[in-house]
Structures are given as structure tokens and as C-alpha cells.
Design a protein around this ligand. Structure first.
Ligand code: NAP
Ligand code: MG
Length: 484
């Protein structure tokens, strides 16, 4: 793979349509997870930089709202067009920065383009209602933007997550201050630059990089930010939601998961094994909705596990730029966390049926690589069944009856997603209705589509991203009552 684009050594904030040095002149380092090499220096933003970004976003908001809704839609479509034009460069940088295999990064850039394209079509279709409340009055509603929205995004899908909340906020007429995760800033910064190139007025999309406790905290607390969206862990999500509550600012929370994936005896076991493998290894397991609790009916356990291991053996782990099945995990910290959970699982009495080790052969020694790992004989009370590991680790939990499967599936503080495999259509829909999860997959564990609403039950979050539903989360409703 030839390098298609130069990686800059030093990245500043992107504010008011230009690159802006941090006021404190401080930078932090970020690394290539495939090699452990230094990738670049990034502005270490704090409250002073956020202040500048919010001012810029307030002005940007005025300019953005001078445009007609369909003109805003045209700009979003142009952004989608430019994303596709620059797909190779952006995918290359995303892979360097996150460790995602190149083809996954290409898919992520395309998904980001789809968010802008979809929301470009929505921009002039954000409708109000006429409400028959009285014969002497005209009563109608309008959906208005909040103003400046603050977006805190994680490292597991930088450009898709930026597109997911960014495109809908813009379609609704808001402006943005975004804080990417410290590990993965590059494509978020470049997306903001590309948006301005596409005709977004300067100041509408600002990116401040830095640590969560500094730049992130400043975004959450700034009085100029009228709506927040946070994607990340439950712990930080609860913290920022409490800060938002103090200011009475609405917040969308897209948090973690420990999603059940249920294999019934009447499933197509080959398809189920393929699907179960994909969902827990994809993006090296760093996907919030991954099916990491694999519930398998006891009478097909042995034949299913055999098939699953055959599938896992096909997984090629390697440097992101060589486009393996999976790359490294994002950081040394994440690798340590996963290895710790693997030893916790062993101590709890679960049995490793496959994998379990860090990969340290000469090519991979300096990167953050771990084998896909299958635990069997797991009970739902073990920590490896209750806590989110966020690595390529699956916990197989046996069950006897449909009722027991539903009970185990719902026995979790999370409720982001759930999957089930059965060739009995009645069972599929009967069980789907009972599962406490924001998305349910029947016979194909795939969170497809920028069109389909996504979000959590229980501690997995509040609000919905994606689809038309998400417009409600980025607009406030005004009711106008007029005497006729
Ligand atoms: P995290 O530690 O909660 O961080 C998420 C973001 O919050 C980062 O940008 C982080 O910045 C920032 N942050 C940290 N402390 C903050 C504070 N005090 N104020 C404001 N912002 C702060 O989560 P993570 O471990 O990076 O990401 C993995 C988690 O995200 C998993 O739990 C995963 O399930 C969840 N996730 C959920 C979805 C979904 O759609 N439901 C999607 C993807 C990921 P720094 O990292 O720079 O400090
Ligand atoms: Mg990085």
C-alpha cells in the first residue's frame, strides 16, 4: 500500500473555518496503534479555546440560518460528494489513526457521506403540525434549531460518529463545536475543513481537540452550548449528563452495551456462527452494539461452538494498512484493559475455547494486537458477561428454554442491541418483542442503515441517532397560537 497523503506533524484546532493554534500553545501526542509509532501532535485545548469556538459557532449559526432549508440541504449533499471524492485519503488516515482495516475505513467514510446525503434530503422536510385545538384559533408547531450544539465523540468510529451527530445537527439548522476523542482526532478535523470547502459558512463546524477532562468538560459546561450529544462510556456519560442537568440543557447519550446474541436450536447454525463471529470481532470488538454475550441453546452447543471456532480461525489479524480482517485495538490502555478482562474470565472459571493472547510476533510486536477470544461455560453473573470489554472477546452462555434465553438476555444494565437466530418466524417476532434493546437483529446481526434509528434502552442511553427520528433530538418545538 503506497502512502496517498502526507500526515501532518502538528494539528491545530479547526475554528471559524481555519486552523487555529491552541491559546496555551500546548500539544499532546497520538500514536499509530498498528506500530506504536508517534503519529502526530494535537492541540491540547481547554476552556479558552472552547470559548473562541463557541463564539465562532454563535456567528456561524446566524449565517447558517440565513440560508433557506433547501440550500442547507444542498451544502450537506456537497459535503457527501467531497467525502466520496476524498475517500481514499480519509480512509488511509482513519486506518493509521484508529487501526481499522482499510476496507472498514473506506466503508466508514462512505457511511459518513450517507449521513450527509440522507440529512441533506431531510433539511427541507422538517415539518410542523396544525393542531385542531379551537375554531377561533390557528394552532401550529415549528421545529427550531437549538443554536450551538456540543458534540463529544469516542475513538471507535471517529468519522462515522462525527457524521452521525454532525449531519443531523446541521440539517436542523444548528452549528457545532465538536470534541473528538484524544486518540483519534485527524478525520474529525479534516471533516470540518471539508465542510467549509463544500460551502458551509465558516464557524458552523468547529473542532476543538484535547482531553476529555479539559476540552470536553469545557464544551459540556459552556453556557453558549444549548444542546449536547455524548457518545462514550456510561461512567463519563452519567458525569456529563449531571453537568447538563445543572444547566438544564438537553443531552443525547449513546453509551455502551453488552448485547445478547441468541442462537436457538432451530437456527441455521452455519449462518449463526458466521454472524456471531462477525459481530464480536468487527473493528476488533470496539463496537458499542457488538453481540458479546452469545446465548446458545444447550442441545446445539457443541456443534455450534465447533462451527464458531472454524469461523474465528479465518480471522486475519494485522497492520491496518494491509487490510486484514481485524487490526489492532486503539491504544495500549485498551489492550491492557482487554488482557485484564481475559484473566478475570479465567479466574471466574470460564474456559477459553479459542485465543486469549496478545499477538507479539515480530511484525506485530509494537502494535496493540490481541487474538479474537472465545470464552465458553460462562454464566451471566460473571464480570465478563456483565461488563463491556470493548475488545474481540465473546462470552458463550448456555440456556435451556426460550423463556430462560429472554430472561438472561434482559438481565443486564445495558440495552443497546440484541440479536437472535431461529428459522421459526413466530419465535423470531415473539422473542424480539420481549427483548429490552433499542435495535434487534433477526437472523443477521447487522446494525445497517443511516436511515434506521439507533439508541439504547436502560443504561445504554437516552435519545435516538440516525433516521428521521433523530431530528427530534436536534430541534426544539415551538407551538404558535393565533386568533383568527
Ligand atoms: P469515554 O472514556 O467515555 O470517552 C468518550 C468521550 O468523552 C471522549 O471524547 C472523551 O475524551 C470524552 N470525555 C472524557 N471525560 C470527559 C469529561 N469529563 N467531560 C466531557 N467529555 C469527556 O469512552 P471511550 O472509552 O473513549 O469510548 C468507548 C465507549 O463508548 C464504550 O463504552 C462504547 O460502548 C461507547 N460507544 C457507544 C456508542 C453508541 O452509539 N451507543 C458508539 C460508540 C462508542 P478523551 O478520550 O479525549 O479523554
Ligand atoms: Mg491514534
Amino acid at each position: 500500500m503506497n502512502q496517498v497523503i502526507d500526515v501532518k506533524e502538528k494539528y491545530n484546532h479547526f475554528i471559524d473555518g481555519k486552523w487555529v493554534e491552541p491559546i496555551n500553545k500546548e500539544y499532546f501526542e497520538a500514536y499509530n496503534p498498528s506500530t506504536g509509532d508517534l503519529l502526530g501532535l494535537f492541540a491540547r485545548g481547554d476552556a479558552e479555546d472552547v470559548e473562541v469556538a463557541v463564539k465562532s459557532a454563535e456567528e456561524g449559526f446566524q449565517a447558517w440560518n440565513k440560508k433557506k432549508p433547501y440550500e442547507r440541504g444542498q451544502v450537506l449533499n456537497k459535503i457527501a460528494h467531497l467525502l466520496r471524492e476524498k475517500k481514499e485519503d480519509l480512509a488511509y488516515l482513519e486506518s493509521l489513526d484508529t487501526g481499522k482495516p482499510l476496507s472498514v475505513s473506506r466503508f466508514d467514510v462512505e457511511t459518513c457521506a450517507r449521513y450527509f446525503e440522507y440529512m441533506g434530503g431531510v433539511a427541507d422536510k422538517i415539518l410542523g403540525e396544525v393542531i385542531p385545538a379551537s375554531n377561533e384559533h390557528l394552532v401550529y408547531t415549528e421545529r427550531e434549531p437549538y443554536g450551538v450544539t456540543g458534540h463529544i465523540v469516542p475513538w471507535n468510529g471517529p468519522i462515522t460518529m462525527a457524521g452521525r451527530s454532525g449531519a443531523v445537527a446541521l440539517a436542523a439548522g444548528n452549528s457545532i463545536v465538536m470534541k473528538p476523542a484524544e486518540q483519534t482526532c485527524i478525520t474529525t478535523l479534516l471533516l470540518a475543513e471539508l465542510c467549509i470547502e463544500a460551502g458551509l459558512p465558516k464557524g458552523v463546524f468547529n473542532v476543538v481537540t484535547g482531553y476529555g477532562s479539559e476540552a470536553g468538560e469545557a464544551v459540556v459546561n459552556h453556557p453558549g452550548i444549548r444542546k449536547l450529544t455524548f457518545t462514550g462510556s456510561v461512567k463519563t456519560g452519567v458525569h456529563v449528563a449531571m453537568k447538563a442537568a445543572e444547566r438544564v440543557v438537553p443531552i443525547s447519550l449513546e453509551l455502551g452495551g453488552k448485547s445478547p446474541n441468541i442462537v436457538f436450536e432451530d437456527a441455521d447454525l452455519d449462518a449463526a456462527a458466521k454472524g456471531a463471529m462477525k459481530t464480536f470481532v468487527m473493528n476488533s470488538g470496539q463496537i458499542c452494539c457488538a453481540g458479546t454475550r452469545l446465548l446458545v441453546q444447550k442441545n446445539v452447543m457443541d456443534s455450534f461452538v465447533e462451527r464458531l471456532i472454524e469461523e474465528v480461525q479465518t480471522v486475519r489479524v494485522g497492520n491496518a494498512l494491509e487490510d486484514p480482517t481485524i487490526g489492532p485495538v486503539v491504544s495500549q490502555e485498551q489492550l491492557d484493559r482487554i488482557q485484564n478482562y481475559i484473566s478475570i474470565g479465567e479466574k471466574e472459571g470460564a474456559e477459553i475455547a479459542y485465543g486469549g493472547k496478545r499477538l507479539e510476533d515480530c511484525q506485530l510486536a509494537n502494535g496493540y494486537f490481541v487474538e479474537p477470544t472465545v470464552f465458553k461455560n460462562v454464566t451471566n453473573s460473571m464480570r465478563i458477561a456483565r461488563e463491556e470489554i470493548f475488545g474481540p472477546v465473546v462470552s458463550i452462555i448456555p440456556f435451556d428454554t426460550e423463556e430462560e434465553a429472554v430472561e438472561i438476555a434482559n438481565d443486564s444494565e445495558y440495552g443497546l442491541a440484541a440479536g437472535l437466530w431461529s428459522q421459526n418466524i413466530h419465535r423470531c417476532h415473539r422473542v424480539a418483542k420481549q427483548l429490552q434493546a433499542g435495535q434487534v437483529y433477526l437472523n443477521d446481526y447487522q446494525p445497517i442503515g443511516v436511515e434506521a434509528p439507533f439508541g439504547g434502552y436502560k443504561k445504554s442511553g437516552i435519545g435516538r441517532e440516525k433516521g428521521l427520528e433523530s431530528i427530534h433530538d436536534y430541534t426544539q418545538l415551538k407551538t404558535i397560537i393565533s386568533k383568527i
